[in-house]
Write a protein that binds this ligand. Structure first.
Ligand code: AVI
Length: 320
């Protein structure tokens, strides 16, 4: 609305996010129903994801934190002091301080599409590092972002932890890596988390935990569709499914119909036969080769790689 700055989210007359409605209506009309994973993260979804990161089966957060804790000295040596750290996504309260504490940055620039998360994360970091200039930027980092003037002349380090890159298909991931390159500029470096291919049972358990938190996270998407788009999806007739695809090297999340069902969303009718699914997320896993290929395709040259002691997860440092 006028006077509220740049609107990153466009609402229709019913106050509904236009892109959400468009993605859901188009996605449910496909032969393989699919909704982009970004719509999993409303307030409830973001809280459920936080709970996922603490689950015994969900190893990536702990493994990445272990690497960040153990490799401070290596980061200091290879990255050096005086860089502006540009984090893609709001900094988590645990991981970001580990990096910032190790490398003596000149500034910290968190980028996020959600202003609320951004401001909370920025305030948190500023309190932990008094004296470190923090410049939060509300932006969609999938596109090139103009960084604050104050960091223009500083060398940059991009930080993209969490293996969020794995939630994208290769061509989107390459587009993002190229945008990051443009955002950060010549002479920058990138520190990026990528999850590793491992035993299928370990992977599937990480995405289908015994407490059913990930199932709730997935089902919340259907609840959100019902709530925000006037949907009538029978939630209890859907089942959370997480399955490893060896072809695509990824764990896929689906919502599977337990019975034949019919429902409406925004006045349009849809049906699902028993066993049919709505594909709601991909989480790609990598080996050394596929990591290098992806980074190189995105314009980044890998220079160092660190694994946790159980070799489940990796952090990679790459040069512009
Ligand atoms: C945010 N992202 C890296 C998580 C992942 O592991 O792909 C999202 C997630 N989905 C289910 N569990 C966690």
């Amino acid at each position: 609305a006028a006077g509220e700055g740049i609107a990153l989210v466009e609402l229709d007359d019913d106050g509904v996010d236009k892109a959400f409605r468009a993605d859901v209506l188009a996605g449910l009309a496909q032969p393989q129903k699919a909704v982009p994973a970004r719509w999993l993260y409303d307030d409830a979804g973001s809280e459920l994801f936080e709970a996922i990161t603490r689950l015994p089966e969900y190893y990536p957060t702990r493994a990445e934190t272990e690497i960040l804790t153990a490799q401070g000295e290596a980061f200091r040596e290879l990255i050096g002091p005086g860089r502006a750290v540009v984090e893609f996504g709001s900094g988590s309260s645990v991981k970001t301080p580990l990096l910032l504490g190790a490398i003596e940055p000149a500034a910290y620039v968190p980028l996020d599409i959600s202003g609320d998360f951004l401001r909370a994360a920025a305030a948190d970091l500023a309190a932990k590092f008094p004296g470190l200039p923090v410049y939060p930027v509300e932006a969609d980092f999938m596109r090139c972002v103009e960084l604050p003037e104050a960091v223009e002349d500083l060398p940059k380090l991009g930080f993209f932890p969490g293996s969020t890159i794995g939630n994208m298909v290769a061509r989107t991931a390459v587009d993002l890596l190229r945008s990051m390159r443009e955002t950060l500029g010549q002479g920058s470096k990138l520190l990026i988390g990528m999850d590793l291919i491992k035993d299928r049972a370990v992977l599937e358990a990480a995405y289908d935990d015994a407490q059913g938190v990930t199932a709730e996270f997935n089902l919340n998407l259907a609840r959100r569709i019902n709530r925000e788009l006037g949907g009538t999806i029978p939630i209890h007739q859907l089942r959370h499914v997480a399955r490893w695809s060896d072809t695509f090297a990824r764990v896929e999340m689906h919502l599977e119909a337990r019975e034949d069902i019919v429902f409406a969303v925004s006045g349009r009718r849809y049906s699902m036969a028993k066993g049919e699914t709505i594909h709601s997320e991909n989480s790609h896993k990598f080996d050394r080769r596929s990591q290098d290929t992806l980074l190189l395709a995105g314009g980044w040259t890998p220079v160092s790689r660190w694994l946790d002691t159980q070799e489940r997860f990796s952090l990679i440092l790459a040069d512009w």
